[in-house]
Design a protein around this ligand. Structure first.
Ligand SMILES: [Fe+2]
Length: 220
C-alpha cells in the first residue's frame, strides 16, 4: 500500500493511501488544496473510495465535504462523531477493503470519545491519540485521560514495534515514527498509569486557533 503524506503549514497531517486502483484519504484539511489530493489520485490512477476522519478536529476545517462532493467516496467516522453524515459508522474492529489490502479500524478514545486509528499491514494512523513524542490533549471534546491510557497501552499495545506511526499533527515537519521509537522515547508513553492520568488531567494548553469555527464546520 502506498502512503502519501500531506503536511499543512500549521502542522496538520493528512494522508492518501493507495492500493490496487483504490484510495482512502485520512483527515483531509482545507489547509491543503483539494487539487493536491485529486492530482495524486490521478497520478496513481486511483479512485477515492473512503474519506476517513480520525476524530472531529478542533484546530482546522476538514475538506471532507468537498472531496465527497467531487468523488463517489464514502465518509467513515466513529458512530459517536457529532456530524450527521456518516456513510459508514464504525465503533472499532471493522475491516474495510482497499484494493488488494484491508484497513482495520481501532477505537482509540481519550483525546475525544470518538477517536479512531486506522491500521494497515505495516502502519497505524493514530489521529491525535499518539503523536510523535507526545499525545493529544484530553481536556475538551469529551476527552478522558483514563481512556487514552488504555488506548495507548492496551489497544495500540497489540501492535509490533516495527509498526510505522503516522499522526494527525506534527509541528516539526516530521510525518512518521515507529511504535518502537515511541515506546522507547515518548515521555507520555513512559508514564505509569497514575502519573499519566495526573499529568493529562492537569494539562490545559491554550484553546486552538479556529476552535469554534473548526468544531462547527467539522460537526456538520
Ligand atoms: Fe484533535
Amino acid at each position: 500500500m502506498k502512503t502519501i503524506p500531506f503536511h499543512s503549514s500549521r502542522g496538520c497531517l493528512s494522508y492518501l493511501l493507495i492500493d490496487g486502483g483504490e484510495a482512502a484519504v485520512i483527515d483531509p484539511s482545507e489547509e491543503i488544496q483539494t487539487e493536491q489530493y485529486l492530482s495524486a489520485l490521478k497520478e496513481h490512477d486511483a479512485a477515492l473510495k473512503y474519506v476517513i476522519e480520525t476524530h472531529t478536529h478542533a484546530d482546522h476545517v476538514s475538506s471532507a465535504p468537498e472531496l465527497l462532493q467531487l468523488t463517489s467516496a464514502k465518509l467513515v467516522r466513529h458512530q459517536n462523531a457529532p456530524s450527521v453524515r456518516k456513510d459508514i459508522a464504525v465503533r472499532g474492529g471493522e475491516r474495510l477493503a482497499l484494493g488488494e489490502s484491508e484497513l482495520t479500524l481501532l477505537a482509540t478514545p481519550g483525546h475525544t470519545d470518538e477517536s479512531i486509528s486506522i491500521c494497515t499491514d505495516e502502519a497505524v494512523f493514530t489521529g491525535d491519540a499518539l503523536l510523535i513524542g507526545g499525545t493529544g490533549r484530553t481536556d475538551f471534546q469529551l476527552g478522558d485521560s483514563e481512556a487514552l491510557y488504555d488506548s495507548l497501552h492496551t489497544v495500540l499495545g497489540t501492535l509490533d514495534d516495527t509498526t510505522i506511526v503516522y499522526p494527525a499533527h506534527d509541528y516539526k515537519e516530521r510525518t512518521a515514527s515507529t511504535l518502537g521509537e515511541e515506546r522507547a522515547s515518548n515521555p507520555r508513553l513512559a508514564l505509569a498509569h497514575d502519573a499519566f492520568i495526573a499529568e493529562m488531567d492537569s494539562h490545559h494548553p491554550p484553546t486552538p486557533d479556529l476552535f469554534e469555527t473548526a468544531i462547527a464546520a467539522n460537526s456538520r
